[in-house]
Design a protein around this ligand. Structure first.
Ligand SMILES: [Zn+2]
Length: 482
């Protein structure tokens, strides 16, 4: 019996604002505990919320980038629950009248186009943080840090359209790329700017309807979304195959063991006793503001990927790698323009430049070798001034010194050798030194030819023009059949 997983994802992302959603406190990450707090975000009696316009703008941008309909009127609602990091006893969120509804995210996954519908995008505030460890009395106490309390979030809820753990990871990764490209979030997953909850159930492939689902909370990497779902899908199949029933519950993923663990039985919406937030008027967004934001949207990663393939005739794979960040794609496009050779630019950016970035932990914005300089290096290769192996050597020197390619080639005598006399002399020297190989070649063992050419190129420090070496070598071998 085979089973089909049915997965829906809820992504929470912190909006890149300077201040919180309903007060003027800073959103800067990493401040000492409770530094960024005030009566509003501490939930003190009588404090009233004032909505942050910038947060609304970013939420609208995200919704538009996902193809959602942004509603001119939406309603804030209280989601009531008790938790020590939620001092008001409720979270201000949106419920039956959210900011935006019905969009989709489409992406290529293993050669197929996947479409995941978006049910809604709504605004809400983040909660504070409970600190269970790291303090001198952590064995007895839980401490509370309210710096995060009131930080603006959007929640993006998908339809249960995802059918594999791998696609779920891909969806999360594409979502991050879109939210970063539109400036909605900084996308910093280590700092919790982007988190994912996954709802998953499995059903027999011959059944209709949905199985009982579980929710896995707060997964914070693409890889862990995939791992958590792989584990949970297998776990649920095991439960069903043994004749038991899956329990509707919330589970936590433990990255160390790769397992999901039961956390609590799942609340239903009515447990939260939602009602309209009486301290905030309905959120009204003017249609012309929405249109203005729509027009100002940047090119989205998937559109850019298609354009790079069409405009530069590079493989889709290359375009996929290059559009993982807008800055990397910018760097590639500038290098392609400077070099006049897009495929070579793509190879260098995906190859040597990325290797250096990873090796040194340098973000693309801080790579010391600019697109103009890299373009100059590619032009030297294309014009035949330097050979491929020499180019890598020059690249290393450019990277560490910031000098231009032509300058390094000139100063260090790295230019390709096109001097016929010099190549002729090197060929003769190699033939003299390798009389046995020459004899074998003339006896019909043609493989020795490559060896002899290699010896010449090596003896000239990799700088000899290979075409010239070949023609002189052939002439020498054919002319003198001793
Ligand atoms: Zn505050």
């Amino acid at each position: 019996m085979s089973f089909v997983p049915v997965i829906g994802l809820e992504i929470h992302t912190q909006l890149q604002t300077n201040s919180k959603l309903f007060c003027g406190c800073s959103t800067t990450f990493g401040a000492p505990p409770n530094e960024h707090t005030c009566p509003v975000c501490l939930g003190l009696p009588g404090a009233l919320p004032v909505l942050n316009r910038r947060a609304v703008e970013l939420a609208v941008k995200a919704a538009l980038a996902l193809g959602c309909t942004v509603h001119e009127t939406s309603i804030f609602a209280r989601k009531n629950y008790f938790y020590p990091d939620l001092p008001k006893g409720y979270q201000i969120s949106q419920y039956d009248k959210p900011l935006a509804t019905e969009g989709a995210l489409e992406f290529e996954s293993r050669g197929e186009t996947k479409r995941v519908g978006i049910i809604r995008v709504h605004l809400e505030e983040d909660a504070g943080k409970s600190l269970h460890e790291g303090l001198h009395d952590s064995d007895r106490m839980t401490a509370l840090d309210f710096n995060r309390s009131g930080v603006p979030l959007i929640e993006i809820v998908s339809h249960p359209d995802v059918r594999s753990a791998a696609d779920a990871g891909e969806y999360f990764s594409r979502m991050r790329a879109i939210l970063v490209a539109t400036g909605v979030t900084d996308g910093n997953m280590e700092e919790g700017s982007l988190r994912c909850d996954a709802n998953v159930s499995v059903r027999r492939s011959d059944a209709t309807g949905l199985g009982v689902k579980t929710e896995i909370k707060n997964i914070n990497s693409f890889r862990n979304v995939q791992r958590a779902l792989e584990y949970e899908i297998d776990r649920q199949i095991g439960v069903l195959e043994s004749g038991e029933r899956v329990v509707h519950e919330t589970r936590l993923f433990d990255p160390a063991s790769g397992r999901t663990l039961s956390m609590r039985s799942k609340e239903e919406a009515h447990d939260y006793r939602y009602f309209p937030e009486p301290d905030l008027p309905p959120l009204q967004i003017a249609a012309d503001w929405i249109e203005q934001l729509r027009r100002a949207l940047p090119e989205l990663p998937d559109a850019r990927r298609s354009r790079l393939v069409a405009q530069y005739a590079i493989p889709d794979y290359d375009a996929g790698v290059l559009t993982q960040s807008a800055a990397l794609a910018d760097y590639f496009e500038a290098t392609a323009a400077a070099s006049g050779n897009a495929k070579a630019a793509s190879n260098w950016v995906m190859g040597e430049v990325t290797r250096k970035m990873n090796e040194l932990g340098t973000p693309i914005g801080e790579v010391p070798l600019g697109p103009e300089a890299l373009g100059g290096l590619i032009r030297l290769v294309d014009s035949g001034t330097i050979s491929g192996p020499t180019a890598k050597e020059v690249f290393e020197k450019m990277y560490s010194t910031g000098r231009a390619a032509a300058e390094i080639v000139e100063a260090e005598g790295l230019a390709r050798i096109d001097d016929e006399g010099a190549v002729q002399a090197a060929v003769m020297k190699v033939l003299d030194a390798n009389a046995d190989a020459v004899k074998q070649y003339r006896a019909g063992k043609k493989q020795t030819y490559g060896f002899l050419v290699g010896q010449v190129i090596k003896s000239m420090g990799g700088k000899a023009n290979p075409a010239l070496v070949n023609s002189i070598m052939r002439r020498a071998l054919d002319k003198d059949p001793a």
